[in-house]
Structure formats: C-alpha cells, structure tokens
Design a protein around this ligand. Structure first.
Ligand SMILES: Cc1cc2nc3c(=O)[nH]c(=O)nc-3n(C[C@H](O)[C@H](O)[C@H](O)COP(=O)(O)OP(=O)(O)OC[C@H]3O[C@@H](n4cnc5c(N)ncnc54)[C@H](O)[C@@H]3O)c2cc1C
Length: 464
C-alpha cells in the first residue's frame, strides 16, 4: 500500500495544484487527524485538492493504481470513513467557496465547506440553508447522508434543499446530477452518502430567517418520565415551526446549571421556534407549562448563535461511538428503559439524543429520494463521548448493550450519518425498499466500488 501511494504521488505531483502530503512531511501530521480520535490512521498520501481538476487527477491516478481512497470534507464521519491506513485521502478542505444569489435565494457550495462557512455566507443576506447543529461539521458528508438540524421540520432535510450536484465519478469525469440531468444519480445522491463520486459543488435553495426563539430547560431525574411522555404526545400535534430536542445525560458542572443538578441525571430540552416570534413565545410557554422542567431560559437568538451553541459539546480529538435507530412511538416500556439508563451513563459527556422528525421532511414521499425512513418520527442517537483509550471497551459495550435492550421496540431503519463503522450489515436496513435502486445506481456509476469507504452499497458483480 505504501508503494502504491508513492506511485500515486509520482503520477500526480507535476500536475497537482493543491498540496500533496506524505508521512513525515510538514503539515502531514495535522492533516492526518480526523474528528473522532477513535479512528487514528496513517494514510500514505493526502491529496488536498484546490479545484475540480485536482479532484479528477487524484481519482484518475488512484483508480489506475488501485489504491484504497478515502474522501474527506469536514472529517466528522462518526464511523471514521474519511481516512485510511496506507492509502490516499482526497481532502477537500481547500475548496470552501460559498456563492450566494440573494435574489434567487440560491447558493453554490463547494465540496469542502463546513456548515459554519455556509451559515456565515448566507446570513450576510438574511438567508439560511437547513443543515446540522454543530458548525464545525462538514457539509458534504452531512448533506449526502440526508442532513437533519434545527430547521428540518420547517424546511426539510438538507438533501431536500439540493437542486443540483456536480461530482467527479469513479472514471474521473465531471457529471451533473439534477432533476433533468442524470435523475437516477440525483435521486441516489440525496441520502446515498459518498457512494457515487466526489461532490465538488452543491446547488441549494435558501430560505429567509435571521433569528429564532429558543427555550431551554433541565428536568431532574424524577421528572424525566413525565417530560418524555409529554414531549411524545405534544410533538404529534406540533406545528412545523417547533423543533424540540431532548438529551438525556449527566448535567454538566457548568455555571448555568443549578448546583443541585450538576453531575446528576437530567433531561435537557431545547425548543426552537422558527416562525413568528410572539406566537412562538406563547406556544413554547404552553409546551413548557405541560412538562414543567426546572431552570428554564427563554430568549431570541440569532441564527448564527443557534448554529454554534453546541460546538463545544463535541470537540475534535475525543473518542466517540454511536448507535442509532427509529421509533414509530415511544412506548412506556422504552421510556422506562431510558429513565433507568440515565443514572448509569458511564461518561459525563455521553448523551442519549432524542429528536422528533415529522414536519416538512415527512411531507416528501419515501420514493422521492434515497434517504431512509421519513415516516418514523422518533429518532434516537446513542452517542458515547469520552477521553482515554483505556475507557474504550466500557463505553462501547455500554452503548451496544443499551441499543440491544431498546432495539425490540424500534422499527427497522437507521440514518446512515449516525451509524458507526461496525454496522455494514445495517446498510440495507437504512435504505429498505430503496435498496435495489441504490444498487443499480452504484453499479452504473461506480461498478468497481472505488468509493467504498462509506456506509457502502456494493455494486452488482459485473459479468466479464
Ligand atoms: C459533532 C457532530 C455533529 C453532527 N451533527 C449532525 C446534525 O446535526 N445533523 C446531521 O444530519 N448529522 C450530524 N452529524 C453527522 C454528520 O452528518 C456526519 O458525520 C457526516 O458524515 C459529516 O460530514 P463530513 O463532511 O464532516 O464527513 P467526512 O468525515 O469528511 O466524510 C464522511 C463521509 O462522507 C463522504 N464524503 C465527504 N465529502 C464528500 C464529498 N465531497 N463527496 C462525496 N463524498 C463525500 C466520505 O467519503 C465519507 O464516507 C454530526 C456529526 C458530528 C461529528
């Protein structure tokens, strides 16, 4: 593999405009590291592309030589797919341009953008692109897998707001995918992850929004059951403007947390209202009065503040492991299990994240995009977060055991972006009735599975 990376280097270095980094060279060490410290790999070559022709050259050289190749935008793959040992990483971090057309409410987003770069550019003119909740996440991986966040109920998933993709496919050609050109690929890219090529540009719809009403509350252990029951029933009737996420965790030792709750099991609620603010304040009061969490704060926050408020909860360089699933309904037994579990959380940073989908995302029919289940409203993400390799086994087995306990009540399906690296057997479950169509698109656009470091859809075996 090391020899192969030298061969790729030799083939590329004269025509490559970006940076080619090999082990031991200046800048390599920083470029090697991805967000999840559980995945520490040593690629033989990092090709940091400066434009589309660099991407084409890198893909061509890698496929001719047959080297394992990872694609990296923000490096936030929970599964660690954006790196590899010995092979090549195509790194898009120099391609971060965002061009906004204010009048048309459209933007062109380059394939290496982080969410924060998009928010900054679009907010200059009071527009938003619906994406995720942590601004240092890469946009490409997030959008290609689907993309959920504070605005999903109001404006749909990130991928629902993409009108066109430009990508470099496995044969190194530049291909457009939109409603008119290569519609099969356009369908597959909206949820299909990195299976089909390196996306160098997304053409997306934007929406007007500057600020939201935010209410946050903490419910002590004894009230978690009541909160979850109330949330479950309340969200079934809630308007598109309300997104209400709940994190079950040990309360942080932070100033804003009442002393008596610090380090104790809590449910942390965040309610975001994206519509008319006065109506929102009234509506949030109603929601809060039914579930009466302690220590409630209410404020209007700018969209940029909203998008960065969770950034420090998920820093680079910690160790993370996740499992995820959907529920049609959060039954009382599941609630009981969740309540029992919070007290036993092994790390103070670990969270059980609960979100309710529905809204605009659920108004799009299942067959319209490759994205997994839009109908199961409850999404649960078990996210272990710790430091120190000696705690790996304990944290991972805690997540696995909890997942196995909860699984019987889940409905089949999973969001590919919240899967870990050991769940390849669940990929068909993510796509369900869309699987054959995914395999057909993969077989057409990447018949030799060049793009395989992802939640992989293998191509059909070609008859030679
Ligand atoms: C802190 C944190 C917060 C998150 N919050 C959310 C959230 O709010 N909502 C949500 O939906 N998800 C969220 N996620 C999950 C996130 O969507 C995925 O981890 C996603 O893969 C991150 O994208 P990335 O570009 O940083 O990934 P990378 O690690 O760079 O890549 C991930 C995968 O995408 C592929 N890929 C990356 N760029 C391209 C490209 N240009 N073309 C083709 N394939 C490409 C790679 O091959 C790889 O398989 C979060 C993850 C983290 C770590």
């Amino acid at each position: 593999m090391v020899e192969a990376s030298q061969e790729v280097y030799a083939s590329l270095h004269r025509r490559f405009k970006g940076d080619l980094l090999r082990p031991g060279e200046s800048g390599y060490q920083e470029a090697r590291v991805i967000w999840n410290a559980m995945v520490a790999r040593t690629p033989g070559l990092i090709a940091r592309c400066s434009d589309v022709s660099d991407v084409q050259n890198a893909v061509r050289a890698a496929s001719e030589i047959g080297i394992l190749t990872a694609i990296r935008c923000g490096g936030h793959s929970l599964a660690g797919f954006s790196t590899c040992d010995g092979g090549m990483v195509i790194d898009l971090s120099r391609m971060r341009q965002v061009t906004v057309d204010t009048e048309a409410r459209r933007a062109r987003i380059a394939g290496g953008c982080l969410l924060g770069s998009i928010d900054t550019a679009t907010q200059k003119v009071g527009l938003v692109f619906p994406s995720g909740v942590v601004s240092h996440t890469g946009a490409s991986g997030l959008i290609l897998g689907g993309g959920t966040g504070w605005l999903t109920r109001r404006f749909g998933l990130s991928c629902d707001n993409v009108e066109g993709f430009t990508l470099v496919t496995a044969d190194s050609s530049v291909v457009l995918a939109n409603a008119k050109e290569n519609p099969d690929l356009f369908w597959a890219l909206r949820g299909g992850g990195g299976n089909f090529g390196v996306v160098t540009e997304f053409e997306v719809k934007l929406h007007p929004l500057n600020s939201v009403v935010l209410a946050e509350g903490l419910s002590p252990e004894a009230d978690i059951r009541l909160l979850l029951e109330c949330w479950r029933d309340f969200m079934a009737e809630a308007p598109l403007d309300l997104k209400w996420n709940i994190d079950l965790r040990l309360a942080p030792h932070a100033e804003k947390v009442p002393t008596g709750l610090r380090g104790r099991p809590v449910a942390s609620s965040s309610l975001v209202w994206t519509g008319e603010p006065d109506a929102g304040r009234r509506y949030l009061e109603r929601a809060l009065s039914m579930c009466s969490p302690d220590s409630v704060s209410r404020k209007t926050v700018s969209f940029l503040n909203l998008q960065t408020m969770a950034d420090s909860d998920f820093p680079h360089g910690r160790r993370y492991y996740t499992k995820s699933g959907y529920f049609t309904y959060l039954d009382d037994t599941t609630i009981d299990r969740l309540v029992e579990t919070v007290a036993a959380i092994p790390s103070s940073e670990t969270q059980i994240e609960l979100a309710y989908l529905g809204g605009a995302a659920a108004q799009i029919a299942a067959h319209e995009t490759a994205f997994g289940d839009r109908s199961a409203p409850f999404i649960m993400n078990l996210l272990a977060n710790w430091s120190g390799a000696s705690a790996d086994a304990g944290n991972i087995s805690w997540i696995r055991e909890l997942f196995n306990k909860l699984r019987p009540a889940m409905k089949p399906g999973v969001y590919v972006n919240f899967m870990s690296g050991d769940e390849q057997d669940r990929v068909p479950e993510a796509y369900q009735e869309r699987w054959d169509r995914m395999v057909a698109a993969k077989t057409h656009y990447d018949p030799h599975n060049f793009f395989r470091l992802n939640q992989n859809v293998p191509p059909r075996k070609l008859v030679t």
